[in-house]
Design a protein around this ligand. Structure first.
Ligand code: FES
Ligand code: FES
Length: 216
């Protein structure tokens, strides 16, 4: 077996020459442009962003820590406190709002993820003088006791009826090809993400049934 030939330059010199070449070719401007977009950090080291939100038909622009949930942006920054914080973990439905007509737990989505989307909270559905039919039905049927879950229940119910009209099946829909029929079992399944600690469920079902066109 032949002996390995000795290299004309040492390994140390080769590495040093390579590093020097790279350093000379990277200008400060090139180094800057090679970096990914850097977040705008505030004095506390938090990544901040100006977020544009469309809520109840009004445009809002707020500077937020990018980790701010939509729920906290609505309550703490826009002062729309109708949307409630229950569990803050996606388990109770108290924070339900509508985004582009679909219901969503606002504690589980970041505000920055909802720029340019149409957000509707309980304040955007109706007013005490001109209530949305679902709000009026909850009042008529006593669909609440303490009222803490009620904004989420109402937003969820409004969007849920649109889902039924659009033919979206639920886990208890027997015939996936037929238009869903809003039976009590369907209604309870579809509203199961909205918990009521006061257990006003039977009255909530009556209110939603009336708006859906049943007897209530
Ligand atoms: Fe969002 Fe409970 S506060 S689901
Ligand atoms: Fe009290 Fe539902 S009315 S939690």
């Amino acid at each position: 077996m032949s002996e390995p030939r000795s290299l004309p330059v040492s390994r140390r010199n080769l590495l040093a020459a390579g590093a020097a070449t790279v350093a000379a070719s990277v200008t400060p401007a090139a180094a800057r442009s090679a970096q990914p977009d850097r977040p705008n950090l505030n004095a506390g080291g938090q990544a901040m962003a100006r977020v544009s939100l469309q809520v109840n038909g009004q445009a809002h622009s707020v500077d937020l820590d990018t980790r701010t949930t939509l729920l906290d942006a609505l309550r703490e920054y826009l002062k729309l406190t109708g949307t409630k914080k229950g569990c803050d973990h996606g388990q109770c439905g108290a924070c339900t709002v509508m985004i582009d007509g679909r219901r969503i737990n606002s504690c589980l989505t970041l505000a920055v993820m909802n720029e340019g989307r149409r957000i509707t909270t309980i304040e955007g559905l109706g007013t005490p003088e001109a209530m949305h039919p679902m709000q009026a039905a909850f009042v008529k049927h006593d669909g609440y006791q303490c009222g803490y879950c009620t904004p989420g229940q109402i937003c969820s119910a409004v969007a849920m009826l649109d889902e039924v009209k659009a033919g979206v099946p639920s886990h208890v829909t027997a015939d996936l090809l037929a238009a869903p029929d809003l039976t009590p079992a369907e209604l309870r399944e579809r509203m199961s993400g909205n918990i009521c600690r006061c257990a006003a469920y039977s009255n909530i079902v009556d209110a939603i049934t009336e708006v859906a066109g049943g007897t209530g």
